[in-house]
Design a protein around this ligand. Structure first.
Ligand SMILES: NC(=O)c1ccc[n+]([C@@H]2O[C@H](COP(=O)([O-])OP(=O)(O)OC[C@H]3O[C@@H](n4cnc5c(N)ncnc54)[C@H](O)[C@@H]3O)[C@@H](O)[C@H]2O)c1
Length: 230
């Protein structure tokens, strides 16, 4: 591990986020994995059955309770992230906690017992009131915020006639359809945080490090998803 990354590991959660955005994608992935493991060890120092201290193995890949013999392994929570399209536009949303002006794809934790397909359909229905089908897997990513998540990214198309968004304001601040040109322009914005003269912030997209960026870029390159079955 590079010395500057070891230093970053000592930092707080906010510092970690800043560090990740400064690094290239590969180093950021290493850093986020290391930080996630450190946080997991810190949060699993005691056995949930015996209450006794657990012991880390030499590799740091698990913890064992000498009393109950239970072995604890680091875990990741599966999260689906979906770029919904109607064939010509894509649907992006923002939470009030996002940086001003930033929109992303729809994301949500999988419920226990759900398939990925069911999780995508439930999350899209819950967040924007739309039914989707024709799912296409894109890629996956480890994501350290707030704890370790396995982001599973896919594209989906709304069912015919299903384009009216009903934003669930308990989960989102806003959601909207964006044209291809609007998304292309947003991807080119190099100083997204800059406030405009009228006090508003321009529409911008997650940085390259986030799998949301990759999903959006894929859609820009193939907006009609020709590889999806008709
Ligand atoms: N890498 C990316 O491009 C990208 C993009 C968007 C979201 N994300 C991540 O995806 C995750 C989910 O996104 P979101 O918008 O639903 O996040 P969120 O933080 O709004 O979480 C929604 C709710 O899920 C519940 N929750 C938290 N941890 C859980 C867990 N382990 N299992 C089940 N439920 C849990 C909580 O009640 C929380 O309020 C977040 O960790 C977010 O950081 C990553």
């Amino acid at each position: 591990m590079k010395p500057e990354m070891e230093t970053e590991l000592q930092g707080s959660f906010i510092e970690l986020r800043k560090a990740l955005f400064r690094l290239n994608v590969k180093d950021a992935s290493l850093l986020s994995t290391a930080q996630a493991l450190l946080r997991w060890h810190d949060a699993h120092q005691f056995c949930s059955r015996s209450g006794q201290p657990t012991k880390k193995n030499v590799a740091g890949s698990k913890r064992v309770c000498p009393s109950s013999k239970i072995i604890y392994y680091p875990q990741m929570a599966p999260v689906v992230i979906t770029l919904v399209s109607d064939g010509t536009r894509c649907l992006l949303a923002r939470q009030s906690s996002f940086p001003k002006g930033m929109y992303s794809a729809l994301a949500g934790f999988c419920d226990i017992g759900e398939t990925l397909e069911e999780a995508v359909q439930r999350e899209v229905a819950e967040e924007v009131g739309l039914e989707v089908d024709r799912l296409q897997y894109s890629a996956s990513q480890h994501w350290p915020f707030p704890n370790s998540s396995l982001m599973i990214a896919c594209h989906a198309i709304v069912k015919p006639g299903q384009t009216e968004i009903q934003v669930n304001l308990r989960e989102l601040e806003a959601a909207a359809w964006f044209s291809h040109d609007e998304v292309v322009a947003a991807l080119k914005r190099d100083r997204p945080y800059a406030q405009q003269q009228d006090g508003t912030f321009p529409f911008w997209l997650p940085p390259k490090l986030a799998i949301a960026h990759q999903l959006i870029k894929e859609w820009v390159e193939k907006p009609t998803c020709p590889s999806l079955p008709a």
